[in-house]
Write a protein that binds this ligand. Structure first.
Ligand SMILES: Nc1ncnc2c1ncn2[C@@H]1O[C@H](COP(=O)(O)OP(=O)(O)O)[C@@H](O)[C@H]1O
Ligand SMILES: [Mg+2]
Length: 376
C-alpha cells in the first residue's frame, strides 16, 4: 500500500498543499519550523485518525481558520484502484473521517487498515514519561493489530467513565447508587480480564521481536526486556473491584484495573529510565518502533482487501538526532527493502543525499519552506 497523493487545507502551518509521492522514499527538506514534521503528522492522521503529537485536534487547525482537511489517495499493487481517505475537523464540531466519501460510523473501524509507524526524536518519551505514555503506546499498537482488542478497550473505557462518574455522585446530595455500581462492575470485570489477557499474550509475541531489533541496533552485551505489570493476572477482577470499593468511593475514582497497568522497560534487569545511557535509550525506543513495524507488516491486513501491506514509515529528523551507528542500521534496513514507502525529514539536502547513496529505491525530494512544498 502506498500513499500517492496528499492534499491539505488549513492544516497547521499550511493554507493549502497538494503533493504527489513516490512509492519509494520521500524526503522533506527544510529549515526548522518550516512544516516538515507537520507533513508527517498529516500522514499520521490518515493512518490513525489523530495527531502523533497532540491530543487536541483543534490545535491542528491553522491559526485563524475554522477547519482543516487532510485527504490522502492510497493505492496497492494488488488493487488496481485507489482509495481516498479524508479526515476533517471544523471548530466546535466532531472530527469526521471518510473512506471514498463514505463516512465511517466509528473512527475505530479505520484503525489498522492503513498502518503507519513514526520514528521520531521524541520516542524516548515512552521510556522517560509515566505509565500513561506507555499504555497509550501499546494500546495504539495493539489496536492497529487486533480489532478485538480495540473493541474491548473502547467498551472498557466507556464503562470506566460511567463508574467514575457514579463514584463522584456517591458523595453528592443524590446519594450513592450501590446497585448501579454493582451492575457496572459486573460488566466491567470480564472486559478488564479480557484486556489483561490480550496484553499478556501480545507482549509474549512482541518481546522476542523487540529483543532481536535491540541487539541489531546496539550490538551491546546488555540484555533488554519488557515486563507487563498489572494487578489483574491470577486475580478475579470482580472481587478486586469489590475489595477496593470503599477506597474508590473515598477517592472518587477507580483505583484498580487495566487502566492502571504499566509496561516495565528493563536493561540487565534494571529500569531503563534510570540505568541506561542516552544512546541505549535511543536504541531501546527505535527497537520498539522496528518491532512495531515488523508485527504490523506481518499481519494480514484488513484493507485493502486481503493484501498484506507494509506500514508507511515516517522518519522524523533521524540524521540530526541519532548517531552514525544507529542511522547506518536504519539505512541498511531501508536499503534491504525491509520497509515499504518511506517519508523522512531533514534540514540538509546534502546530508540526506549522502545518507541515501547506495539505496536503490526511487527517491523523491521536496523542499519545504514556511508552509509551501515544492519538488526539487
Ligand atoms: N495550528 C497551527 N497554525 C499555524 N501554525 C502552526 C500550527 N501548528 C503548528 N504550526 C507551526 O508549524 C511550525 C512547525 O512546523 P514543523 O512541521 O514542526 O516544523 P519542522 O519543519 O521543524 O518539522 C511552527 O512554526 C508552528 O508554529
Ligand atoms: Mg520537525
Amino acid at each position: 500500500m502506498t500513499l500517492d497523493q496528499l492534499h491539505l487545507l488549513f492544516f497547521k502551518n499550511y493554507d493549502e498543499a497538494n503533493l504527489s509521492f513516490s512509492p519509494g522514499i520521500n524526503c522533506f527538506i527544510g529549515d526548522n519550523g518550516s512544516g516538515k514534521t507537520n507533513l508527517l503528522d498529516a500522514i499520521h492522521y490518515l493512518a490513525l485518525t489523530k495527531s502523533a503529537f497532540t491530543t487536541l485536534d483543534a490545535q491542528s487547525i491553522k491559526q485563524g481558520a475554522d477547519f482543516f482537511v487532510v485527504k490522502g489517495k492510497f493505492s496497492s499493487p494488488l488493487l488496481d484502484r485507489s482509495e481516498t481517505i479524508q479526515v476533517s475537523l471544523r471548530t466546535g464540531q466532531k472530527k469526521t473521517l471518510t473512506h471514498d466519501k463514505q463516512p465511517y460510523e466509528r473512527l475505530a473501524d479505520h484503525i489498522g487498515r492503513y498502518p503507519a509507524v513514526l520514528i521520531s526524536p521524541y520516542d524516548t518519551d515512552i521510556i522517560r514519561q509515566g505509565s500513561e505514555e506507555r499504555r497509550r503506546y501499546f494500546d495504539s499498537l495493539q489496536s492497529q493489530l487486533d480489532p478485538e482488542f480495540l473493541n474491548l478497550l473502547i467498551q472498557y473505557n466507556g464503562l470506566l467513565r460511567q463508574r467514575n462518574a457514579t463514584l463522584k455522585q456517591g458523595t453528592s446530595s443524590h446519594g450513592f447508587d450501590a446497585l448501579y455500581l454493582q451492575a457496572l462492575d459486573d460488566q466491567l470485570a470480564p472486559l478488564g480480564e479480557g484486556l489483561s489477557i490480550l496484553r499478556t499474550s501480545f507482549l509474549t509475541e512482541f518481546l522476542p521481536v523487540f529483543q532481536r531489533h535491540y541487539q541489531q541496533l546496539a550490538e551491546g552485551r546488555e540484555q533488554v526486556s519488557l515486563e507487563y505489570k498489572s494487578q489483574l493476572p491470577g486475580q478475579n477482577f470482580r472481587h478486586l473491584l469489590l475489595a477496593n470499593e470503599r477506597r474508590d468511593l473515598a477517592l472518587q475514582r477507580s483505583t484498580v484495573g487495566p487502566h492502571r497497568d504499566d509496561f516495565v522497560f528493563l536493561m540487565d534487569k534494571l529500569p531503563v529510565k534510570s540505568y541506561a545511557s542516552q544512546g541505549q535509550q535511543k536504541s531501546f525506543a527505535i527497537a520498539l518502533k522496528l518491532a512495531q513495524f515488523e508485527l504490523l507488516a506481518a499481519r494480514p491486513a484488513t484493507a485493502p482487501a486481503g493484501s498484506a501491506s507494509k506500514p508507511l514509515l515516517l522518519l522524523d529528523d533521524i540524521f540530526d538526532r541519532l548517531d552514525e551507528k544507529r542511522i547506518a542500521r536504519l539505512l541498511q534496513l531501508v536499503a534491504d527493502q525491509t520497509f515499504g514507502q518511506v517519508f523522512l525529514t531533514d534540514t540538509s539536502l546534502e546530508r540526506t543525499d549522502q545518507a541515501l547513496i547506495g539505496v536503490a529505491t526511487a527517491i523523491q525530494r521536496f523542499r519545504v519552506q514556511a508552509g509551501t512544498v515544492v519538488l526539487i
